[in-house]
Write a protein that binds this ligand. Sequence first.
Ligand SMILES: [Zn+2]
Length: 361
Amino acid sequence: MDKIALTNVRVFDGRGLLEPATVVIDGDRIGTDPAGAATFDGDGRVLLPGLIDCHIHLADEATLAALARQGVTTALDMGTEPPALVASLRNQRGVTDVRSSGASATHPASMHAKRMGRTAGLVADPDEAKAYVAQRVAEGVDYIKIIVDPPGFDEPTVQALVEAAHAHGLRTIAHAATRDAVLLAQASGVDVLTHAPLDRPLEDGAVQRTRTSGQVVVPTLTMMEAIVERIGAIAPVSYDVARASVGQWHQAGVTILAGTDANQAPTAPASPPYGTSLHHELRLLVDAGLSPLDALRSATVLAAQYWGLADRGVISPGKRADLVLIDGDPLADISAVSKIAAVWCAGQPVAGAPNQAEEAR
Ligand SMILES: [Zn+2]
């Protein structure tokens, strides 16, 4: 594989921007020795570790290419079926690397099951919870996603899902877009909350419990905003409630991870676009109270650490060469993240990302 020396780049090291230096891409990894490498002049631009979107839904191969072009080099799928589709999109070269929950656990009486016409992943009681998790484990999923929004699941059933997942060493993620869903997810011991309440603000107790229980949150403000834009006039939902919850969680010291809910499902309440939606999410996280540094960390080093992706999230020798070169200083203005100059996925230049072919020499 090729060796490329990215010269004159300012590396984001998870804390700030370093002085201009050279970063070596050696095969699919970050190397140390520029000898014999082709040179790519970074021209003083900022080099970020590949971005991680902690909540997407896979559609097809084009999903991976679209994410990669926008610098999202890792994406965590939070509900896609059938298993053969997910399997076909794993371990693809030169595009985004994915993890997946497979079909999410859904109660037959839930709005989700009805609206989405779901037949896979239905779980009615604690006994079915065990069977559901066993089936996902057999498919090779990376974590267990549970649609917790009421009506539907009771606490014993969600608890059974969590216990079965933990027995297999898998984390659990609760789709929780209402205040009551957050409380049910907390009472049941779910590890990750995704979305943010759209109906009612969280009480201080719930916010503090998120921190003390070690729960992390993937708020998908992009999706919350899109839902309110679509149905805000006819339903009791408020983006301000979601935004305020994220601010409260952040102030309480809860780990916030970046995710978008990007999807192409015709039955979804809204469909944020792949890739660009993560740039938007970072802007919304800053708007909700995170510093640009916190927002960048939520899509890089913190996401990699939380999900056990030890080979990425930072730029250092031996890590995957997942890299994004951007124009501008994202710590001064988070919008700079969308000014993509070049992207590499595991050392491979991403087709369709700007500048790539022209500048490599
Ligand atoms: Zn989702």
